[in-house]
Design a protein around this ligand. Structure first.
Ligand code: CDP
Length: 197
């Protein structure tokens, strides 16, 4: 079965939690594509070369989830050569046998426009910053500024800017708990699977 669930949306909207839950529930593989950009961002040196030479060990570093890594990721993610170097791997993963969930910024728009399910998971900047702050701690105003900074860069870049695909189902998690958000996503996937892969 070839079946792709594309989950896009801004920082800390809940994509990761929802993606893992959807993958687990339907037995699909999961790729957090943000990790690829984070790994390129923290690797240093020439970003395009880092993207071309990314190794599994690069994705295993324990400093990929920091605010700094998020900022570095969104800076290198605006470089077309970096994005180009990561396309094939993501496309192969998306269309691999058995089905896959990919979460990121451009999965439904650029990486896999043919995805069977497209979700756009979002929430207000304040809610997202609060969630990120619960994860990373520190100065709350700085966390909000980081989220807004990254939103502006991700939505404003020329190459593969963050936006909802025309046919994406939008899930606003501002006022949803994790279980409700996961249930909303699973309902969309189950509905599409019922029609056959
Ligand atoms: O976890 P969070 O939503 O904060 O971020 P992430 O998904 O790990 O992505 C980190 C950064 O990588 C984003 O701010 C984007 O600039 C970039 N990214 C991208 O450009 N395209 C993707 N498919 C995934 C991430």
């Amino acid at each position: 079965m070839i079946f792709t669930v594309a989950i896009d949306g801004p920082a800390a909207a809940g994509k990761g939690t929802i993606s893992r839950a959807v993958a687990g529930r339907f037995g699909l593989r999961h790729l957090d594509t943000g990790l690829l950009y984070r790994a390129v961002g923290v690797k240093g040196g020439d970003p395009a070369q880092a993207a071309r030479q990314l190794t599994p060990e690069d994705l295993d570093r324990d400093d990929l989830r920091t605010l700094e890594a998020g900022q570095a990721a969104s800076r290198v993610a605006a470089i077309p050569e970096v994005r180009a170097a990561l396309v094939d791997f993501q496309r192969r993963f998306a269309r691999s046998e058995g089905g896959a969930v990919l979460d990121g910024r451009d999965i439904g728009t650029v990486i896999c426009p043919e995805a069977e399910v497209k979700l756009y998971v979002t929430a207000s900047a304040q809610v997202r910053a609060h969630r990120r702050w619960l994860e990373v701690g520190g100065d709350k105003a700085r966390v909000l500024a980081e989220v807004q900074d990254r939103d502006a860069r991700d939505m404003g870049r020329a190459d593969a800017p963050l936006r909802a695909a025309a046919e994406a189902v939008v899930i606003d998690t501002s006022e949803l708990g994790i279980d409700e958000a996961v249930a909303a996503a699973c309902a969309v996937v189950a509905g599409r699977l019922a029609k056959g892969p």
